[in-house]
Structures are given as C-alpha cells and as structure tokens.
Design a protein around this ligand. Structure first.
Ligand SMILES: NC(=O)c1ccc[n+]([C@@H]2O[C@H](COP(=O)([O-])OP(=O)(O)OC[C@H]3O[C@@H](n4cnc5c(N)ncnc54)[C@H](OP(=O)(O)O)[C@@H]3O)[C@@H](O)[C@H]2O)c1
Length: 490
C-alpha cells in the first residue's frame, strides 16, 4: 500500500465488475484514499491492484464478512447487481441492498454511493425496476445514512455492453432494418465522466440524500448507431420498419454482437420507454464536470480498443451459474478426461511455453482446427450461449475472471498453470487445463457429464477431440519455439 497519509477509507463493492474495476483504478491514480475492496473472489483482483488495497472476501449476503469490511469506512460504493443469477434477481437485489444499508448503518458508515439506471417505475423494464428498487432500499433511512444515487442510461466505454453492441452492429451490417425501439430517447454518457461523478461523490457536500441523473444529452439508439458509424468512418443505412418484436430484435442482437440473450433483451426492453434525465442535480452539484459528447466518448473507447487498453468488460463479472458452482477452480471431480503430453526441448523455456498457452483464442485463434472451434462457437451461439464472440480483453495478458471466447479464466499460476472453465452450452461441466511442467506441457480436458446425455455427448465428440486437442497441445509448444527470439528471458 502507498505511504501517503489518507484521511478517508473507501469501500468498493462490485470491484471486479465493469464499473468497479475502473473506479478502483481511478481512485488509485488519485492516491487520496485508503481503498478497501469487497469481492467474492480475491484472486480476480489483479496483482498490481492487490498490492495497493485491502481486500475483504465475501458475498453481499454474508453479514459477518460485510461487517468486517465496513468497519472504519467513511464512504461505501454499491456497484452490485444480481441480474445473472436467475429469475428471482429482483428479490435478490432488494434483499442485498437491505443487508448492505443495515450493515453500513451498524458500522457507522457516513455515505453510500450507488450507481443505478435511469427510468421511471411505471414504464421501467424488469432490469431497470430492479435498479430503481435497489436505489430506494439503499436510500430508505436518510436520518441514519446519507445516500448519493447516481443514475445513468447508456454507458459508453471500451468493453461496455452497449458500446460493444453498437460497435459490432456498425462494423458488421452495412444495412439495418430498425424497429421502433431504436427511436426511443435515452441518455448516453462516457465511462470517464461516470467515474468523475463517482469520485467527486466522496467529497460532495450535501445535507440530504441526493438522486443525480447523469448524461451528455438525449439520444436514440438510432442516433448512437449513426454517430458511431460516422466516428468509425463507415457509411451505414438504417431502414425503419413498423414491426420487429423485442424478442426478434434480441435474437438479431445476439447473432451479430457478443452479448447473450439476457443482456440483449434487457437493452431492448429498457428502450421500449424513454430513459432520460429527470433532474439537473448533475450540473448543480458537480459544476466542474462537463460530460463529453457521445461521439467523443465513442472515439475514446475506440482508441482504448486499438491500444489494447481495456481495463474491464461487460463479461468480467461471473455469471450467476458460474459463481454457484462448487469447486469452480478445481476440476478434481471430473470423471472423463482427455490428456495430452507434449515434451519440449530445443532451448524452449517453461515461461515461453506458458506465454504461448496464454496467447490462445480471440483474434489469435485456435490453430489448424480453428474452423471446428468456430463451428462449435456458432452452435453455442445458436443455442443461446456466448459462442466465440467475446474474444479476449487483451491480446497478451490474461487475468482470473477474464472471458476468453466461450471460456472463463478460472485459475492462473504464472509460468505454470492456466485453467479455463467452459461457459458454452453443454450437458455437463468442462474445464481445459494447461499444466506447464519443467520439460513437458500437460493439457487436460476435464468433463463432469450430466446424466446419460452428458456421456453420449462426450463419446460422440471423441473423434473431434482427438484431432483438436492433439493439434492444440503440439502447436502451443511449437509456437513457443517460434516466439523464442522475442522472449526477454531468451
Ligand atoms: N455497465 C453499464 O453499462 C451500466 C450502465 C448503467 C448503470 N450501471 C450500474 O452500475 C452498477 C455496476 O454495474 P456493472 O456493469 O459494473 O456490473 P458487472 O460488471 O456485472 O459487475 C457486477 C459486480 O457485482 C459483483 N456481485 C454480484 N453479485 C454479488 C454478490 N451477491 N456479492 C458480492 N458481489 C457481487 C460481481 O462480482 P463477481 O465478479 O464475483 O461476479 C461484480 O463485481 C450497477 O448498479 C448497474 O446498474 C451500469
């Protein structure tokens, strides 16, 4: 941790999510506060961050862990939602917010800062309703704790879900049929401005609870599409159609963009009614923040993408099902396995082989049988999974929790082990493990089948596994040979 004297202790929940990760970096850069992170899995915090913060592990319902994390805290950021946790997520979100507010009051926390979504209750989608209810629960005892509730519409930043949807549609489709919801007004705001509002909320002087609607001006999804196309130098034609049901629109989005149905339908449902600012508290209470225009925030996000500087992505957070899995980081319970051993010599080092393993997927692809991986990705996408479209956050670096095509990084031991957990639609649970030993690479596909169907699946794909996995292990080792000249240790 830094040696500076810090007079305030700040707790950030959701610190491994899209907003949370970026807020942590922003506050660390300012070096004004003692930072404490409350996370479900401390290994998801990057080593460079972990050295400079205090980490408390726990889920929001874990009252003991929460009480400990909140002790001595001045301001607590609430950047959590349970949308990936199944149908009862609204109920879960209400209960979590209630637990959090009570724990904050008991610990003597002075202020809660929450970021939710814009919208009014009467016409809000299920997701927005849950965001509004969370804000109401957090603000429910103003006499005991102050709450600053920021409300944003579409957040534009590299890796944000809405930006990825707009970018992919613009890049892939020269002509688009546009249903009615694309002409509904919403508000867009750049991620850097959102972070400024969050940061300034720590010191903001306000005598009562505050709801602050933020944005850079009303815009429609159609406006976002044409604005982004212009920034990218693309000519795109948008043809209005009177009908295209929200469900069909969502399927359309999942085919052409990396987001799954859950997120696509939340966006479409959210845009069925207007979500614009309802107060001018942003200008009144944060006069020195002037949000950049939509086009500038798109340009900024594109620059980050080009430079491979994506701090966080919409898919960083573990989906509910992945989190609920016991021993997610340990495939020891697998009953079916495919193991490949490839010895390496010829001057290759363990680090070079590990580096080769860590460059898998995304734009780097899956080698000779890439077309089979792509076919599997297409099948996954059509069955409602992620497919390969999430790619990777960074072309060289991986961290625990990163999405990598249809995998999630479950464990990394630098120079030694990479464990990927399968998030594709499967009749079972699967992992792909790379164990880089002193003289050989051991690559194992682990599978826990769900019933007969799971076993049938495994045996049906055995011939394909044989081709794909043996080529994968060999090519990873050979590629380490090619990279030899570039390695600093060489
Ligand atoms: N991103 C946007 O475009 C956007 C736009 C408007 C408003 N917002 C608001 O900003 C807030 C943060 O959103 P986000 O996009 O950063 O979400 P996100 O990327 O999905 O991250 C959610 C975070 O919450 C954590 N979490 C979920 N359930 C938890 C639990 N029971 N206990 C402890 N931690 C839990 C997750 O931990 P794991 O990593 O362990 O899963 C993750 O760190 C939300 O209130 C959202 O409504 C976001």
């Amino acid at each position: 941790m830094s040696n500076h004297q810090h007079d305030k202790t700040i707790l950030i929940t959701g610190a491994t999510g899209y907003i949370g990760r970026r807020l942590v970096h922003r506050l660390l850069a300012g070096d004004r506060y003692r930072l404490r992170l409350f996370v479900r899995n401390s290994r998801k915090v990057m080593a460079s961050v972990a050295d400079r913060v205090e980490i408390h592990e726990g889920a929001i319902g874990d009252v003991d862990a929460l009480e400990q994390a909140l002790s001595g805290v001045d301001t607590a950021f609430y950047l959590i939602h349970s949308m990936g946790s199944g149908h009862d997520y609204r109920e879960l979100d209400r209960a979590a917010a209630e637990t959090f507010r009570r724990a904050c009051i008991a610990a003597g926390v002075l202020r809660i800062v929450y970021l939710g979504g814009l919208g009014v209750k009467d016409s809000a989608s299920e997701h927005l309703l849950s965001r509004i209810e969370t804000g109401e629960v957090l603000s429910a005892e103003p006499e005991k704790i102050r709450t600053i509730w920021l409300r944003a519409g579409v957040i534009v930043g590299s890796g944000s879900a809405s930006f990825e949807i707009v970018r992919n549609l613009c890049q892939k489709l020269p002509l688009m049929l546009t249903p009615r919801w694309v002409r509904t007004k919403t508000e867009a705001i750049g991620i850097e401005d959102v972070l400024s509002y969050l940061e300034q909320s720590i010191e903001l002087e306000c005598g009562e609870n505050l709801v602050v609607d933020v944005g850079s001006g009303a815009i429609t999804f159609q406006g976002m599409m044409s604005g982004a196309a212009e920034v990218m130098g693309l000519r795109r034609r948008l043809i209005p159609v009177p009908v295209l049901s929200p469900r069909l629109s969502s399927y359309w989005l999942i085919l052409f963009t990396p987001v799954p149905y859950r997120i696509a339908s939340a966006l479409v449902e959210g845009l069925k009614s207007e979500t614009v600012r309802a107060n001018d508290n942003a200008a009144r209470f944060y006069p020195d923040i002037e949000p950049v225009s939509y086009r500038d925030s798109v340009a900024h996000a594109l620059r980050e993408l080009e430079r491979d500087q994506i701090l966080s992505r919409w898919c960083d957070s573990s989906s509910g099902e992945a989190c609920d899995i016991k021993d997610f980081e340990d495939p020891a319970g697998a009953v079916l396995r495919d193991t490949r051993y490839v010895a390496y010599a010829g001057g290759r080092t363990q680090d070079q082989v590990f580096q080769s393993v860590c460059s898998l997927g995304g734009e780097n692809g899956w080698f000779r049988y890439n077309f089979l991986w792509r076919l599997r990705g297409a099948i996954d996408k059509l069955s409602g999974g992620y497919g390969l479209s999430r790619g990777r956050r960074d072309s060289d670096e991986l961290r625990i929790g990163d999405a990598l095509d249809f995998w999630k990084v479950a464990d990394i031991k630098p120079g030694k082990r990479l464990l990927l957990y399968a998030q594709m639609k499967l009749p079972g649970q699967a992992w792909l493990e790379f164990d880089v030993q002193a003289e050989q690479l051991v690559q194992t596909a682990h599978f826990i089948p769900h019933g007969i169907l799971g076993r049938l699946y495994w045996y049906a794909v055995l011939p394909i596994h044989h081709l794909v996995f043996s080529n994968l292990a060999k090519t990873l080792v050979n590629q380490a040979q090619e990279n030899r000249g570039e390695s600093p240790g060489d």
